[in-house]
Design a binder for this molecule. Structure first.
Ligand code: FES
Length: 146
């Protein structure tokens, strides 16, 4: 009897946790990649992340992904125009995009959508542009902001 009562209570506890998970999943999926960039912070939310240019992104094509954003060095020199930052989640179905250094574009490995370095769609099936983020540099610290 005690065992059965314990298992019964445990079942309720597990169910409550699962309901909580389901709600968490729902709220995340409501911010889907096509509308806000998946895990990307909302516009105007300030600093997304920083990079130390002494040790990170030292050569063209290197990238850093954090907080739903991919930052890529697209040219030499530690000036803002040498970098681009866009949402990492493809606007088609949310797959993480990659930067193709040879072509100088972002390519989604899932269905082949292509995006320019400013996030514009070059080739579908994606129909919406990637969200672009601001890049600023002070000393050797690069900051990505929404
Ligand atoms: S998820 Fe990127 S092209 Fe389909």
């Amino acid at each position: 009897m005690e065992r059965q009562e314990f298992l019964s209570k445990l079942g309720i506890g597990v169910a409550a946790v699962c309901v909580g998970c389901a709600f968490a999943s729902c709220s995340k999926s409501n911010n889907g990649p096509s509308s806000s960039g998946g895990n990307a912070p909302a516009p105007g939310s300030g600093t997304v992340f920083t990079a130390d240019l002494n040790t990170e992104l030292t050569s063209v094509g290197q990238n850093k992904v954090s907080n739903g954003v991919i930052l890529v060095r697209i040219a030499a020199g530690n000036v803002a125009s040498s970098f681009t930052a866009v949402q990492v989640a493809c606007t088609h179905e949310g797959t993480a995009i990659n930067y193709n250094t040879g072509q100088g574009i972002f390519i989604c490995p899932n269905h082949g959508s292509e995006f320019s370095t400013n996030g514009s769609v070059l080739l579908g099936p994606a129909a919406a542009n990637l969200q672009k983020y601001n890049v600023s540099i002070a000393g050797n610290i690069l900051t990505v902001t929404a």
